[in-house]
Every structure is written in C-alpha cells, then in structure tokens.
Write a protein that binds this ligand. Structure first.
Ligand SMILES: [Zn+2]
Ligand SMILES: [Zn+2]
Length: 261
C-alpha cells in the first residue's frame, strides 16, 4: 500500500520499491507512515539501502508508536540493518521524525495533519494539503469511527480503507478495516457536517473480495449520490481545486436526506 503525492511524498511505503523506477524512488522527499504493518512499510529497507548508496537520507515521518515498533522489530540489525545509524549518526540513510496527532506539520511545502484511526496497532490517517490549496485525506488502515475526524479536515479527495466486502462487516472492525456498509454512515456524516462529499477512492481491497466490493461500492455510490471508485496499481488522480462538482445543492441535499430516512 502506497500513495505517491506529486512524485515527492510517499504515504506508506508498501509499493515504493516494487512500483517505482530507481529514478522515481530518488525523487521521494519524505515518507509518511500510517502504522507499522508490513504491507505499509515494505520497501523502506530497500529504499534505505538505495539512499545509502547515493549518500542520501530517507526522511520518514510517523507517530512515536510506529517508529518504536519499526526500530524494535525491523531496523534492529536482525531483520534489517539499523539504517538510522549507518553510514553515520550525523547523516544516516534513514531518519525518523515523530509526528503528533492533531498538530499540523510542514513537510516540503505541504501541511500534514495526522489523525488517530481505529486499527489493530496504533495507526493514523493523514490530511495532506499543498500550498495551492489542494488537499486529500488518506485513512490508512482503519475500522469504523473515522467521522470523529471530519470536523478537522476539508479535503477534495478521500482515499479510504475498504479491505473487505459487506459479508465481513461484523468481523472487519476487530481487524481494523472497513467494508462498503461500514463506510456508509461515515460518508453520510461527512456530508451532513460539511455539505459536500468529495471524490472517494477505496483502497486496500483484499484481492479475492474485490469483485464483491466493486458491486457494493457502486450500490453505495448510487445510494449516496456520490462518486466512489476503486483504486488500482498505477492509478493517477488529479485533485480538483474546488469540489463544486460533487457539492450538492440544498434541494438535492433535502432529497438525499429524505431518501435516507
Ligand atoms: Zn494494518
Ligand atoms: Zn494494511
């Protein structure tokens, strides 16, 4: 799992090595990790080795919980070399920066806000805002409860976990994942609070469930009068500066609310 923003900011590093050319990897200015699970941090060791050989540093941002987990279980000279100490402490191949939730952080011209989300290990979602006023929210892996963050964000794009199909809705929260049915109240609440619902991209679908999730997501989009797509490897998205295309009028809103009752 990885999302590359403007070619320079990697949200999770699961695919940065497997999907990007060496030249594209070298353009990465910062990696933001949502949590410590392998599918989100994969690639970090190879990227660090690459940066070591070109005398550069991989700058990684994450919460303290995630950093501690990676140092203890990953970069411990048993699984991977401790790239935070080589070739030197002053200029290591890998450098961690601890982020705090709800505290804006400036990274390479972007404003980053991390929000706690419900998962099986400490995890955050990120709002990434660029200087030209565009912003997106990426949930990382999450179970229900996302809507507690809606009051703090104003994204033009939502990239959300939808790991499982509706038949798994009872089990998914325990694993810290979403289904289309579980996403429905979260998206409704977004629209209720903000008066619009931006383009939604679902990610992290378990491959055997993807066909079911696709059908259920299409149904959800119809019910919510929303634009909901499934992400795929290599997908490119241009974030629109305004969300008027998905902003509903008061009259449409009244219809949607009455249909939902
Ligand atoms: Zn996870
Ligand atoms: Zn995951």
């Amino acid at each position: 799992m990885s999302i590359l923003v403007d070619g320079v900011l990697a949200l999770d590093s699961g695919a940065v090595v497997s999907s990007l050319s060496l030249a594209a990897q070298e353009k990465i200015k910062a990696v933001l990790l949502t949590h410590s699970h392998a599918d989100h941090i994969m690639g970090l060791a190879s990227l660090s080795m690459h940066f070591l050989l070109i005398s550069a540093t991989v700058e990684v941002y994450a919460t303290k919980d995630t950093i501690d987990a990676l140092l203890t279980h990953g970069f411990n000279d048993v699984i991977h070399p401790d790239f935070t100490r080589i070739p030197s402490l002053e200029k290591p191949a890998l450098r961690f920066h601890a982020l705090e939730t709800y505290k804006p952080c400036a990274i390479d011209g972007y404003t980053i806000l991390a929000f706690p989300v419900h998962h099986s290990v400490p995890a955050v979602g990120y709002q990434v805002s660029s200087e030209d006023g565009k912003s997106m929210f990426y949930s990382g892996d999450t179970g229900p409860g996302l809507s507690s963050n809606w009051e703090y964000i104003h994204p033009q794009l939502l990239v959300l976990d939808c790991g499982a199909s509706n038949k798994w809705s009872a089990q998914a929260p325990r694993a810290g994942h979403m289904t289309p049915a579980l996403l429905k109240p979260e998206l409704r609440e977004f629209r209720r609070q903000k008066g619009y619902l931006p383009h939604v991209i679902l990610v992290h679908m378990a491959p055997p469930l993807e066909t079911e999730i696709r059908e259920e997501a299409a149904e959800l989009a119809r019910e919510l009068h929303a634009r909901i797509d499934l992400g795929y490897e290599g997908m490119e998205i241009e974030v629109q500066e305004n969300v008027s295309g998905v902003r509903v009028t008061e009259e449409e809103m009244a219809n949607i609310v009455s249909e939902e009752k």
